[in-house]
Design a protein around this ligand. Structure first.
Ligand SMILES: [Zn+2]
Length: 287
């Protein structure tokens, strides 16, 4: 595959954006202690990650119409299948969140888990988790899951994540054809593009996770913090730039996927999440 100069520039910018992403996240969470400001900055970081992936897909991406149709069909089929399995294994759960009511699903099983399914945006909480939580903490956890979709407004999680998945498929296919070309330049460019794409994916997920934490904190207050602290037993600690890159590199290791976890997306370390929440809480309650 030959890359024109515009595509080389798009790739270069995308790679640099991807490599800067984890550092930018660390800078933001240490810099801003106001919930409204950090919320806006992290939403910008989501946009930044999406824009970087778009540039990389313009740069190295490859997809013809039949591949696109296949990718969309596979995505819809996987979403549908997972949705049906989750629905079969769960019953309805209504959780009060301040002055509103959130519809969620109670998942059978002893394992402690809470997540929102990307394909539908539905919130699932496992029975195992409910047993170890205080009632107020359940609201905090459901608020966190709801925060994942609020953070993407005006778009919806299925739309955003499907678009990101399609961009990733295009980038991955382009990388494969670059590496398959066998030339040193092609292999180098392919590896750099993969590294950049992974940096953008990590940045997107870290920012998205922190946005969900902020939403939960604003909605439910200190209980959002204590719930996370009790579940993780972590100690709040700021995220140094070095730690951010250490976590970025560590996130590339292959991980075993346990049953019930359908999408293992990189999370910021619990110490960082608690540190952010602690700082925001101080601000919230001082004013
Ligand atoms: Zn989350």
């Amino acid at each position: 595959m030959e890359l024109g100069s515009i595509r080389v520039v798009a790739t270069a910018i995308g790679v640099v954006m991807g490599l800067l992403g984890p550092g930018l996240y660390a800078y933001m969470v240490n810099r801003y202690s106001n919930a409204v400001i950090l919320w806006r900055r992290l939403r910008l970081l989501l946009l930044y990650s999406g824009a970087g992936l778009l540039l990389l897909s313009i740069g190295v991406g490859w997809m013809d119409v039949s591949t696109l149709i296949t990718a969309v069909a596979v995505l819809v089929a996987v979403f549908l299948l997972v949705h049906l399995v989750l629905e079969r294994r769960s019953s309805s759960l209504v959780v009060g969140l301040g002055d509103e009511v959130v519809e969620a699903r109670l998942l059978r099983g002893q394992g402690a888990a809470a997540f929102s399914f990307t394909g539908t945006g539905r919130i699932y909480v496992s029975e195992g988790l409910i047993y170890v939580l205080e009632p107020g903490e359940l609201a905090a956890i459901v608020a966190h899951e709801k925060g994942h979709s609020v953070a993407l407004r005006p778009l919806s999680p299925p739309l955003v994540n499907s678009l990101l998945a399609l961009l990733s498929v295009a980038i991955a296919m382009g990388v494969v054809s670059l590496v398959a070309s066998g030339s040193a330049a092609g292999i180098g460019l392919g590896l750099l593009a993969s590294l950049g794409a992974w940096g953008l994916w990590v940045t997107y997920n870290w920012a998205w996770e922190s946005l969900a934490d902020i939403y939960s904190l604003v909605k439910t207050g200190a209980i959002a913090y204590t719930a996370l602290q009790r579940i993780t037993s972590a100690v709040p600690r700021p995220l140094s730039i070095r730690d951010a890159y250490y976590d970025f590199i560590r996130s590339m290791r292959p991980r075993r996927i346990r049953g019930g976890v359908f999408l293992v997306n990189p999370h910021p370390r619990p110490e960082t999440r608690l540190y952010i929440m602690q700082r925001l809480l101080r601000e919230l309650y001082q004013s």
